[in-house]
Design a protein. Structure first.
Length: 306
């Protein structure tokens, strides 16, 4: 479930705040001394469909793909653990299928929250064939303490926050910090109540991002609820903000003609959910059913997770 929440966080940011996320990750890498191969293009034209149908009719669901203004493609894949040979061959298969479908250059970037020293970064297939992504971003390689200090100073001095500041508040718990991630998340949520200059878009990103990061890193349910309730953002707690945002998203989903939803008989009302949540919802429902959960328990979990 933790992997699913990390995956949901990255995919959501990629879809709704694509250029901001892309630029943030680029800026993050430039702050290190590492030399990276430059990307051929850094401007996104649109988000490309991440579902491919292979010749044997087996569906492949990539994490997210950008079609760039130069007609090349950037394929991002996220892994929460240490990278393995299997992860790389899995990603390489996506690249081959996408290239076959589009006929265009595919540049793959892997985002990993695993340990860079215990991960594989290239995949040999035989003696001469090697698959290597154009870039691997190990979030644990980037220092988070100074970034947290910088955004804290801006908040305390009532400075206007940038898109990068908002993404820092979401990503810093995944970076390399001297404190453990749970303490960092609690600290960040404490700063949220002091934010005075924030746009509506930033509020939506931060509310949704902190909802997931708190659930990923805070294990005690009582502590989780307390942190969320005390995190006040523009007059409302994270709990209240997210509830209101869920209502907005469901209405947006209706207006866009989302009709299919989850299979009939699972839970009434879930059918009007957002298209991108369907796969995660189905997997969650299946897992809970296998665990013997009742319909009420499943519905309660869906309401608090999605």
């Amino acid at each position: 479930m933790i992997y699913q929440k990390q995956d949901k966080l990255i995919k959501g940011l990629a879809k709704y705040y694509g250029q901001d996320l892309f630029d943030y990750l680029e800026a993050l890498e430039k702050e290190t001394d590492e030399i990276h191969e430059p990307l051929p293009c850094t401007k996104i034209k649109k988000v490309y469909s991440t579902e491919l149908i292979t010749p044997n009719f087996k569906g492949l669901l990539m994490d997210f793909v950008y079609e760039m203004v130069d007609d090349s493609y950037i394929h991002y894949e996220h892994y929460s653990g240490n990278l393995t040979h299997g992860n790389l061959t899995h990603t390489g298969r996506y690249d081959m299928e996408l290239h076959e479908e589009t006929g265009k250059p595919i540049n793959t970037i892997i985002i990993s929250t695993g340990n860079p020293n215990k991960s594989e970064t290239e995949c040999w297939i035989g003696k001469v064939n090697k698959y290597t992504p154009i870039r691997i971003i190990f979030l644990k390689k980037y220092p988070g303490d100074q970034r947290l200090k910088n955004v804290k100073i801006k908040i305390e001095n009532n400075k206007k926050l940038t898109a990068f500041d908002i993404l820092d508040l979401i990503f810093i718990p995944f970076l390399n910090t001297t404190k453990n991630s749970e303490e960092i998340v609690k600290e960040i949520c404490g700063y949220v109540s002091k934010i005075t200059k924030i746009t509506t878009k930033q509020t939506k990103i931060l509310t949704w991002g902190l909802w997931l990061t708190t659930e990923i890193f805070i294990k005690n349910p009582e502590t989780l609820e307390k942190v969320r309730t005390m995190s006040i953002l523009k007059g409302q707690s994270i709990n209240e903000k997210l509830h209101n945002r869920e209502i907005e998203l469901r209405q947006e989903g209706k207006q866009e003609g989302i009709k299919e939803g989850i299979k009939e008989g699972k839970q009434e009302g879930i059918q009007e959910g957002i298209q991108e949540e369907k796969t995660n919802m189905k997997n969650t429902i299946k897992t809970l059913e296998n665990e013997g959960k009742t319909s009420d328990e499943i519905l309660k979990t869906l309401k608090t997770t999605f």
